[in-house]
Design a binder for this molecule. Structure first.
Ligand code: SF4
Length: 266
């Protein structure tokens, strides 16, 4: 899909501010470490919540961490389900989206439909550099040459910035999404971001998610009806064929399978 087709502004040679090269992704970003007592509490909580419902897990998270509890969402089906739960449990939880500048128009429109239905306005957290400035600084689109760096600069760094103001975050990852997510505990210490990470849908299946969406008429991205089971940035997402893994359409042709938000947490 072209930039224009995706509803994104076309970068022009005159719209680039002075180049500012992003830091290398191996640069050390200081994050908090848990005390042994906190780690013990996290392990106990995860064990006791293993058979809890997603709503019960979120109630625990809100009671334990709100207002220093947040949620990052790419507005995938899991994120929309969690937002629908938060609307009933605690709609003041700060929910945000990592707006890389490369998102599908449909994703940004979904954000508006979520706000209309639940009154929860998903905040857009953006990198320091616009897409045009970033590409100018790197001599072109970094997603083509070094997608790990691009994800680091436009997602991971932004989450680090937001994480400083919170103690815990929720994610919509499920164990059955991929091998890399198969061992996801309900509650863990996320050492990458220095936060407690809570995955209320860890035990859910894809079918569970879609049943809930249909039953409760939860808004979802229309691209899911066009062959996109997993939606990220438009340059790195394609529709998948029947029988393909649900994340097969992400970073096709590259060894990359994750953006880096959900790896390195251990
Ligand atoms: Fe860049 Fe692609 Fe990662 Fe989006 S998914 S931040 S475009 S590499």
């Amino acid at each position: 899909m072209s930039l224009a087709a995706a509803g994104q502004p076309l970068p022009g040679k005159n719209d680039a501010p002075p180049a500012e090269i992003a830091p290398p992704r191996q640069s050390a970003i200081a994050v908090r470490s848990p005390t042994p007592a906190q780690l013990e509490m996290i392990h106990r909580a995860s064990a006791s919540l293993e058979t809890a419902t997603a709503e019960e897990i979120l109630v625990w998270a809100v009671r334990t961490y709100f207002p220093r509890f947040t949620m990052a969402t790419g507005l995938g089906p899991e994120g929309c389900v969690i937002i629908s739960m938060l609307a009933k449990i605690e709609p003041r939880v700060y929910v945000f989206n990592l707006d890389t500048g490369y998102q599908f128009r449909e994703t940004l429109e979904l954000r508006e439909r979520i706000a209309e239905k639940y009154g929860i306005v998903v905040d857009l957290q953006r990198p320091e550099l616009s897409v045009a400035a970033y590409e100018a600084a790197h001599g072109g689109p970094v997603y083509r040459t070094d997608p790990d760096q691009c994800c680091y600069d436009r997602k991971v760094c932004v989450l680090h910035r937001v994480a400083k103001d919170f103690d815990a975050w929720a994610s919509g990852i499920r164990r059955d999404q991929s091998l890399t997510r198969a061992d996801t505990p309900v509650v863990r210490w996320d050492k990458k971001f220095g936060l407690v990470k809570i995955s209320p849908l860890a035990r859910w299946t894809k079918g569970d998610v879609w049943r809930r969406i249909v039953d409760e008429k939860i808004p979802y991205n229309p691209l899911h009806d066009q062959g996109y089971p997993s939606i990220g940035c438009w340059p790195c997402t394609r529709a998948v064929a029947q029988g393909e893994d649900e994340r097969a359409g992400r970073w096709t042709g590259m060894a990359k399978t994750e953006c880096g938000l959900h790896t390195g947490a251990e």
